[in-house]
Unconditional design. Structure first.
Lengths: 491, 600
């Protein structure tokens, strides 16, 4: 079923990705150039005032003049100019389209139940269609006011009337049984609007226990009620509902979500603490715990650092003023911050990177990347160096890294490390081709030369001679190698 | 203005005209001069239906965007709010109305809900005590908006989220209504096929609505032979993949909204000879993209790698046309040449624009980051190492690449593995929460509910079987002269479109097994036509299928369907409809849980 690895590799190197490499210079790129040239060569010939006549008019923003978005802006703008009479915006008319439009169809005539030529008589049942059709069921009116309505509609008919936007009375659905029949009719009509309307009526006229119990077997209606409660921000009822349904994880997440609307950090922390006892799934529970712990830490660190910064006595805050508060930042950002400002603190301190690593069980690789970026940003090259050699044993100083050295070079380079620093790490890249590529890119001549020497590739070495500076140490080194009779070149 | 809508097999301009008529009728209901207050979101979709001139003819003198506070002054009789049925907008309207009363009270208020009235909103207006201030409360049914000669969209952004996360079927109701409108205009569609829960619901509603209209025979000769309803969750994979067609890439990189794209202006600066460095425009260049533009219609659906050649060919043709002037000797010939100039100049500016866009895109598609990302996507789609933590994703997280990019990839891996191994799932989740913030737990939870990112259940991974049976991966995808739909993703043939293709020939019976592996039921329904409306098909005449994507469709999928329409022996033409035009990024975004405070 699965191809062997070697197969796979060959496969990936094959035609497929050529697709997007465009490496044939005379191919796609030149074609684009060609059409560009053509465009440019044509231009002088038609040095007219910008396409005025050929296409539709376009205002500066590129919006066609006369489009709605354009005129909203335009009329709004003209309105602000109080010194002028309000005038029509200048537009170009498309009267031609209008006069041509003689379509006899109207969407509303098809569905609103308005009778047109008698065709829809069967469902219009002579609606007088007053301009404000009360769509919302009137719930508070005394019963006597309903006498005008014909009120013995079946649940289906009632739903149908609601769908058509006609006035209905729901009050006549008095028994629990009737109410539920009405709800079921609404659900089978799939019109969310009507379902919600019926639910509001039920919520008002049934006890919560009864309603919630009945919804357990009515998934669609239940979802609509949840949606309604969410939209109207009736969180108390919503939580009650979810609890009664035993949807504890939903309860927990919904409750947890609340923290986003709390802006005061201390209140937010306390709220998160109260979330700890919520019935999350095992994994989520651990994440919420971490979230709480993190904010707790951030509040402490922020208070201390803000003071230190204001005090003006701590050098690092003077040299690199903080751009923003650390509150509510993600964990990795916090770790970076601590690696930046609190790198050398003992593990006992809350703001020590080691402490953070320990508390949140940050994986080695994650920690390594973050520390590396932070120290490189500060150009603390000795710290960078120490990161790699710290795990030596028996006195070896061989550099080791949980990250491949190509990525290491990448990170260092992004933090503008000098060649002096880069070359040490480029040299450690395993793959010879990648190593040479990086070495050439970052001008680590020694590495290129040594690699060619190890490959015994005289031709490439000779070729590289042209790329180093005349009379430089590197040139001399190449010459020495080339004239070394002990070398056994392969070419 | 909208001639391109009538070029296609089905004249969609009829739909547009119907919508315009409806709008005029409403405007005339509010007699006298008017100002419209717009829910800004609606101006884009409305622009596809009507220009300002139409409104002006019906005495619309002012237009404003809906904002809280006091309404701008305007000496008009009527104030009309054009709004989506959303509670937060009702609060703003209430504020507007209140502040108005204190100043002077002569103006009449009206509300036009688009696309549908909402009981909840009216309730809210009532609670705020302003419901009685409105003379007209009406709805403007703008369910299906014609985007192009073969494309309709509801632009219902939250449809997928509502259907699959919240189990709210309102969008399906609107879909069914929209389809009834289409049938009223284009005749009853005799055959309905579908796959998925939502498809089933929509079909049920349509059949029921038809029964409710019983007795009224639709006397229009059917334009569509078949309707195919497809749930987006039948094919969660396709939108996650990076689209590689020209139009698809424009959408991926710059985003197309309501047929417009905004581009960085630098490449479009007009350089005239003899002028030095002119100030570069700082505002983005906005372009309209549709088949009314000849060149765009030609290249939009091509694989991007074939666009360069097409542009260069076009350039030669245009150059040659301009050269013609040297051959024009007589006055008549010169006149002839001059008469063609406008058309040629339009072609030239179109070529210039697309050459610039192609250059912009090429800068990105040739970048290492794009290549690496595509490599991983293709590995997943071919089933390589989908059960392990992917180092590229790991690196992207470490570099804190945009969260949506990460989510797209992780979801893709999950879909291609029929759920991630619990260990892998937990690992990604942890990395994401630690790097991007714990509150994204909510988003991950949504993706899980939607089925995009989930731990593997006990059932085995059936994606390889689906891939092989439906030939979702084609080794030799030909990008220049495609012979298969897989060209739109340079190798991957979109599952949704394969299902469509197989349905046309040889039929779904041949893939029963696979259909059972995909979620939701598949079904077939027939709608009776009145006698005399049965089409007498000419020999070799193509059939027409309307494919409706419930929950959204990508431009690459549309391109694949257009490709099928154009295939000589397919015998089928496709018209495409959807709840929303989307790509992986906009899709994931619609599923994210943003803090309440950040929503506008």
């Amino acid at each position: 079923m699965m191809k062997s690895k070697a197969d796979e590799e060959e496969y990936w190197n094959s035609s497929k990705f050529k697709a997007f490499t465009f490496d044939d210079d005379d191919d796609e790129f030149s074609q684009l150039k060609e059409s560009k040239r053509a465009v440019n060569s044509i231009r002088p010939l038609v040095e007219e005032d910008d396409d005025e006549d050929d296409v539709e008019k376009v205002s500066w923003s590129g919006e066609p003049v006369g489009s709605i978005a354009w005129s909203v802006r335009e009329t709004a703008a003209s309105n602000q100019r109080t010194d002028r009479e309000p005038t029509f915006p200048k537009i170009n008319t498309d009267t031609t389209t209008i006069s041509k439009s003689n379509s006899g169809y109207s969407l509303s005539s098809l569905f609103k139940g308005k009778s047109r030529g008698g065709t829809f008589q069967s469902l219009t049942d002579t609606l007088s269609d007053s301009s404000v059709r009360l769509y919302a069921p009137e719930l508070r009116k005394p019963k006597s006011e309903y006498k005008d309505y014909v009120s013995d509609w079946s649940p289906e008919e009632t739903v149908q009337r609601m769908q058509q936007g006609k006035a209905v009375s729901l009050e006549k659905f008095r028994s629990r049984q009737d109410k539920l029949l009405l709800l079921d009719s609404a659900v089978s009509a799939h019109d969310g609007n009507v379902i919600t309307a019926v639910l509001i009526f039920l919520k008002r006229t049934l006890s919560k226990e009864v309603l919630f119990g009945e919804l357990e077997s009515r998934e669609t209606a239940l979802r609509h009620l949840i949606q309604y409660l969410t939209e109207t921000r009736d969180n108390r009822t919503l939580l009650e509902l979810l609890r009664s349904l035993g949807r504890m994880e939903d309860v927990a997440l919904l409750q947890y979500k609340e923290h986003l609307s709390i802006s005061d950090e201390n209140k937010r922390r306390d709220f998160l603490k109260s979330c700890l006892s919520l019935p999350f799934s095992a994994e989520d529970s651990a994440h919420v715990q971490d979230h709480y712990t993190l904010l707790e830490r951030q509040i402490i660190i922020e208070a201390t650092d803000r003071q230190a910064e204001r005090g003006g006595k701590v050098e690092i805050f003077q040299k690199f003023p903080r751009r923003a508060s650390i509150l509510n930042m993600p964990l990795v950002t916090t770790l970076y911050y601590c690696c930046f400002y609190h790198y050398t603190e003992p593990e006992g301190m809350y703001s020590s990177p080691l402490n953070i690593r320990q508390t949140f069980k940050i994986p080695e690789k994650q920690y390594f990347v973050t520390a590396l970026s932070a120290r490189a940003k500060l150009k603390a090259w000795s710290d960078v160096d120490a990161l790699f050699t710290s795990r030596n044993w028996l006195g070896f100083t061989r550099k080791k890294s949980p990250l491949n050295f190509q990525r290491v070079v990448d990170i260092l380079q992004k933090n503008s490390a000098p060649t002096q620093v880069l070359k040490d790490y480029v040299a450690l890249v395993d793959d010879a081709d990648v190593r040479i590529g990086l070495a050439q890119k970052y001008k680590c001549h020694d590495i290129v030369i040594n690699t060619y020497r190890d490959l015994k590739d005289r031709q490439l070495l000779l070729g590289y001679r042209g790329k180093v500076e005349r009379g430089s140490v590197e040139e001399r080194k190449i010459d020495e190698l080339l004239s070394n009779l002990q070398m056994r070149w392969k070419n | 203005m909208a001639a391109h809508l009538s070029y296609g097999r089905v004249n969609l301009n009829i739909l547009r005209e119907a919508a315009r008529k409806e709008l005029r009728e409403f405007l005339d209901k509010c007699a006298g001069s008017k100002a419209i207050v717009w829910d800004e979101y609606l101006t884009g979709p409305f622009g596809l239906i009507a220009q300002y001139s139409l409104l002006k003819e019906h005495e619309v003198e002012k237009m404003f965007t809906l904002k809280s506070g006091r309404l701008p002054s305007a000496d008009v009789k009527n104030i009309i709010f054009f709004v989506r049925p959303r509670l937060e907008l009702m609060d703003i309207i209430a504020e507007n109305v209140f502040s108005e009363d204190k100043m002077h009270s002569a103006r009449d208020f009206h509300i036009l809900f688009v696309p549908r009235r909402s009981m909840l909103c009216e309730q809210r207006l009532k609670e705020q005590g302003v419901l009685a201030s409105f003379i007209n409360i009406d709805e403007y049914i703008l369910d299906l908006i014609p985007y192009d000669g073969d494309l309709l969209s509801m632009e219902y952004e939250s449809a997928f989220r509502e259907c699959y996360l919240e189990n709210d079927q309102t969008s399906l109701y609107h879909t069914a209504k929209g389809l009834m409108t289409l049938q009223a205009l284009y005749g009853t569609i005799p055959q309905i096929y579908g796959k998925g829960e939502c498809a089933r619901h929509v079909a049920n509603m349509m059949l029921r609505m038809k029964r409710e209209f019983a007795g009224i025979q639709n006397q229009i000769l059917p334009v569509f032979d078949t309707l195919l309803l497809l749930d987006r969750n039948v094919d969660l994979l396709t939108p996650l993949a990076t689209q590689l067609t020209y139009e698809g890439l424009i959408d991926e990189i710059y985003g197309i909204t309501n047929g417009y794209v905004k581009l960085p202006p630098e490449k479009f600066a007009q350089k005239k000879q003899g002028e030095g460095s002119k100030d570069l425009p700082t505002e983005p260049k906005k372009l309209q993209l549709n088949s009314a533009e000849e060149l765009y219609a030609e290249i939009r659906d091509k694989n991007f790698n074939a666009v360069g050649a097409a542009l260069s060919k076009k350039a030669k043709i245009i150059s040659a046309a301009f050269e013609e002037r040297h051959n024009a000797k007589t006055v008549g010939e010169i006149k002839q040449f001059v008469s063609q100039l406008p058309h040629m100049q339009a072609a030239r500016s179109s070529l210039a624009n697309h050459t610039s866009i192609a250059e912009l895109i090429k800068d990105i598609t040739t970048s290492e980051a794009f290549f690496d990302n595509l490599t991983v996507e293709q590995e997943f789609m071919t089933g390589v190492d989908t059960d392990k933590v992917n180092t590229y994703i790991e690196d992207c997280i470490a570099q804190k690449d945009p969260l949506i990019k990460i989510l797209r990839l992780v979801c893709m891996q999950s879909v291609c593995n029929n759920g991630l191994k619990q260990k892998v799932f937990d690992y990604y989740k942890r990395e994401i929460l630690q790097t991007y913030g714990y509150e994204h737990m909510l988003t991950l939870n949504n993706l899980e509910k939607g089925g995009l990112l989930k731990p593997q259940s006990s059932s085995r991974n059936n994606y390889p079987t689906i891939r092989k049976t439906l030939k979702l991966w084609m080794e030799d995808a030909n990008e220049q002269n495609p012979n298969d739909i897989s060209y739109v993703y340079s190798g991957y043939a979109p599952l949704s479109i394969r299902l469509t293709q197989v349905l046309a020939r040889p039929g779904w019976r041949s893939i029963e097994e696979v259909l059972k592996m995909l979620p939701g039921p598949h079904f077939e329904e027939r709608q009776q036509l009145p006698a005399g409306l049965h089409k007498k098909r000419q020999q070799g005449e193509n059939r027409t299928t309307l494919v409706f994507f419930l929950g959204g469709v990508s431009y690459a999928e549309i391109a694949a369907l257009r490709f099928l329409s154009q295939m000589e022996d397919s015998g089928m033409e496709y018209i495409i409809a959807t709840t929303k035009l989307l790509n992986g990024t906009t899709w994931i975004k619609s599923l994210m849980d943003r803090p309440e405070s950040q929503t506008p």
